[in-house]
Design a protein around this ligand. Structure first.
Ligand SMILES: *Cc1c(COP(=O)(O)O)cnc(C)c1O
Length: 374
């Protein structure tokens, strides 16, 4: 078995923090918003962060970040975790028992990209439902809830994802989330929100995250994606949920010590970055509109509501891997997400000029493949 790792690093002279800390020159890296680099302001805050041992609860910067996150989400408490995957796993472990089922969308991150940790570690089975553009309605969830019979495994948790990554950053209407929560709670089920990009959803809706997540029992969000922090995610919920979550974080190896160094960047990401996400969304819209005009590529730009653009390349005669490989040497990096699906994600390290360049290169690469194929 072999794994591939991306390369592309950058050395930063700590005395030159004012210098632009962006992607390597000439590269338009649209693979994911995880590639965002911390700003000079974040790096300065990290260097000067007040720290302590967070396993003893003594890191003032981590404590500040957790209080602010709880406040912003209108929840009782929050917990800083190393990754979104660990945050989701902690929530799943906290809300379930071994042998339970977790309802999630077929293309959801917890189902496809978390190494089956809900089974391998939490002892749960994913039970998938399918929603239009990845957005579930109660009727699709209700259809896969297990009857309360002793010889059936039991449904314990519903896991929603907002925005819905693998469906092209689609967004849940808040009323639909609330309807699901009301029905779930009446049925004795908990609802966890994988809100890795919940601030992108908030930007698309023009709503506050506290309002959008009012009824969910727990929420996870990433500081490390569109918000631009180098590391870290958060979970938020009731005091009792976070108390249990803290235990599982330690059990899973996520008890961090002077984590204030990274929490300092997280605080800046949390306070400052949500206000600029609309720029990424406008860039994604432009990217999608440009892609729609390229013969051989398929996308409906009307469906692009946040920072994720997924298009079909089956009519180019190339697979998504082949197309991404052809773009790469031209300095445009994209990610294949299925045999004929390519994903491009806009973020703070790609500006409008980068988007225009990506379109020129994409048009050129696709035209060449079609001439060859003709
Ligand atoms: C990125 C992501 C996560 C968590 O990812 P980490 O890399 O572990 O931080 C969870 N859910 C979704 C939808 C994501 O896109």
């Amino acid at each position: 078995m072999s794994y591939t790792m991306a390369k592309g690093n950058q050395r930063v002279d700590p005395d030159q923090l004012e210098e632009e800390l962006k992607s390597p020159a000439g590269i338009v890296d649209l693979r994911s918003d995880t590639v965002t680099r911390p700003t000079a302001e974040m790096r300065r805050a990290m260097a000067g962060a007040e720290v302590g041992d967070d396993v003893y609860g003594e890191d003032p910067t981590v404590n500040r970040l957790e209080r602010r996150a709880a406040e912003i989400f209108g929840k009782e408490a929050a917990l800083f975790v190393p990754t979104g995957c660990m945050g989701n796993l902690i929530a799943i472990k906290t809300w379930t028992h071994h042998g339970d089922e977790v309802i999630c969308e077929e293309r959801s991150h917890v189902n496809l990209y978390e190494l089956a940790s809900m089974s391998a570690i939490a002892g749960c089975m994913p039970r998938v439902a399918r929603g239009e553009d990845g957005i579930l309605r109660w009727q699709e969830i209700e259809a896969v809830i297990r009857p309360k019979i002793y010889y059936d495994s039991q449904t314990a948790l519903i896991c929603l994802e907002n925005t819905m990554n693998m469906w092209g950053g689609t967004v849940y209407p808040t009323s639909q989330v609330e309807e699901i929560c009301d029905h779930a709670h009446a049925a004795g089920l908990k609802v966890h929100l994988d809100g890795a990009r919940v601030f992108n959803a908030a930007t698309a809706l023009g709503e506050k995250v506290a309002h959008m997540t009012r009824k969910v029992d727990s929420v996870m969000f990433c500081l490390s994606k569109g918000l631009g922090a180098p590391v870290g995610s958060m979970i938020a919920g009731s005091k009792a949920f976070i108390e249990k979550g803290r235990v599982y974080r330690k059990m899973f190896g996520g008890g961090m010590r002077q984590a204030g160094v990274i929490a300092a960047a997280g605080l800046i990401a949390l306070e400052k970055s949500p206000g600029r996400l609309h720029v990424d969304h406008e860039n994604a819209k432009r990217l999608a509109e440009g892609i729609a005009e390229i013969p051989g590529l398929g996308i409906d730009p009307k469906k692009v509501r946040s920072n994720i653009v997924i298009f079909d390349c089956s009519k180019t005669g190339k697979t998504a891997v082949e197309l991404c490989d052809a773009l790469h040497p031209q300095g445009v990096w994209a990610q294949d997400t299925a045999l004929h699906s390519v994903r491009m994600v806009t973020h703070c390290d790609v500006d409008r000029a980068g988007v225009e360049r990506a379109l020129v290169v994409l048009r050129d690469v696709v035209a060449k493949t079609q001439r060859k194929g003709a």
